[in-house]
Write a protein that binds this ligand. Sequence first.
Ligand code: BES
Ligand code: MN
Ligand code: ZN
Length: 499
Amino acid sequence: MASLKIQSKHAAPTEIAADVLAVGVVATGKKGDFGPAVAALDEALEGALGKAIAKEEFTAKRGQSVEVQTLGRIEASVVVLHGLGEAEALKGDGIRTFAAKAARSAQASKATTLALVVPEVLEKASRTIGEGLELGVYRFTKYFTGDRVPKSSLEKVTVVPATKPTAEWKKQLELGQKIGAAINHTRDLGNEPPNTLFPASYAEIAAKMCKENGIECKVFDFKEIQRRGMKLIQAVGQGSVNEPRFVHMTYTPTKKAKKKIVLIGKGITFDSGGLSIKPAPGMGDMKSDMSGAGNLIGFMQAIAALEPAVEVHAIAPLAENMPDGKAYRPGDIWGSFDGKTVEIVNTDAEGRLLLADALAYARALQPDLLIDNATLTGACVVALGANCSAFYATTDEAAAAFQKAVEAAGENMWRMPLLEDLRDQVKSDVADVKQAGDRMGGSITAALFLREFIGDQKHWIHVDIAGPAFADKAFGWSPKGATGHGVLTFLALVEQAAG
Ligand code: BES
Ligand code: MN
Ligand code: ZN
C-alpha cells in the first residue's frame, strides 16, 4: 500500500493548497456561528459556503457534511465541512471518525492531497487524528488487476491546527499514524483469503513483524503442539492439510515492567464448521475467523511503537476447521493441555477448544491480567448487534479497568454476565466438561466453558468480537470488511497499566 505522508502546518485555511480542504466544525448552538475558519472561508468564497450551509440545513451535527466547489477563489479546490456535534460530547472516537471519514471520502473522490482543518477543541488530539487519517485511507486492493487497480490514492495530508503545533503535538501525530498503520496490518490479515492465509503463513507473518519490531517470537509446529499435549488444538486442526501452529510473541520493556499482561487471539484461518458443516451462505466470511489472532499482529506492532513499561505477551493458537477423514467428530472425547477431558458435541464450536488450550498455557505465565479475544459465537451478534463486542470478567476490578480502556478507545463493547445458572449446560455425562450448551445464552455458555480452563488465574477477561471484527458496511472509522476492532481498546488497557 502506498504510504500516506502526514504533515502539519499552521496557516489560514484560505491559503492552503489541496485537492480537498476538510474542516471540522463544532456545533455551538448559536445559529450561523460555525467558528472563525468557516467565517473566513465563507468570505473568501463570496458567501457560497453560507448558501450551501443554509440549503443543506447544516447545523454541524455529528456525521453531517456539506461540500462546496471553490472555483479558484481560494487555493483548495473543494471545501468540505464535517459536523462534529457539540464540544462537550466530542470524544476520541468522534475525532478519529472525523479524520477517517475526511480521508476516506477525499480518497474516494480521487483527491491526492487533503488539508484537515482542526478546530480549537481538538488541539490536543493529534494522536487520534493521526490514527484516523491512516485508518481512513485503508483499502484492500491486493488482488485487483487491470481496470480494478485504483488509479489514485490519497498521498499527502496537511493537518492545520488552530494554534502553532508543538514538537510533542507533532510526535503524537506521528505515533497516531503508526498505530493506524498497525491496525491496517491487522485488517489486511482479516481480508486475506484462506487459501493464502493459513496457520503456517500467519506464523511467518507474525515472525516477520516481530523481527522488524524487536519482539520475541516463538512458533510451535504441529509436532510440537502434539508433544506439549495441546490436544484440543490438535482435535480442531487435524482435519485440514494446513496444519495447526501456536505462536507466542513477547514484548519486554527496557524500563522495569509495572505489570504483566497476556492477550490471546482465536486463529481459525477458515471455519467451515467441520463435520458439523455450516450452511453455504456467508461461509466465505469465515476467512475472518482468525480476527482475534489478527488483532495480535497490529497490537504488538503498535506496542513496539508505544514502548509501555508493561511486559506484554500475545498468544495465537491457529488452525483450519475442515471436514475430512481425519477430522474430529461430534461424540469424540478429547483430553486437553489443562488435563480436563472434553466431550465434543458440535465441531462448529471449535474456537473455544483452541482458546481452552491457549488459556491453560498462558495462565502459567501468571499475568496480572489474562485476556482473550475471539470471533466466538453467532449468539453474541444476536445479543448485541454487528457493531458491539461482549466482554466477560471474573472480577469487577478487571472489568472496571477494561471498561475504562473501552471508553478511552471509543470502541463499542458491553459487559455480559458469567451466569452461574447456565453452568449446567457445559456439564457432561461422559467427560469432565461438555464443549457447548444449547442455543439460548450461547455467548455466555461459551464464556463459562472457557472459564473451566483458567485455573487459579484471578483476573480474566474474555472478549467476543464476532460482530464487529468483520463488517458488511463502513461504520465510524472502520471500513467494510475486516476492521481491526479491539486493538485500540487493548492498547488503551496496556497504556493504563503502564500508569
Ligand atoms: N466462528 C463462529 C462464530 C461466528 C459467527 C463468528 C458469526 C462471526 C460471525 C464459531 O466458530 C461458531 O461457529 N460458533 C457456533 C457455536 C455453536 C455451534 C455452539 C455458533 O455461534 O453458531
Ligand atoms: Mn465454528
Ligand atoms: Zn469459528
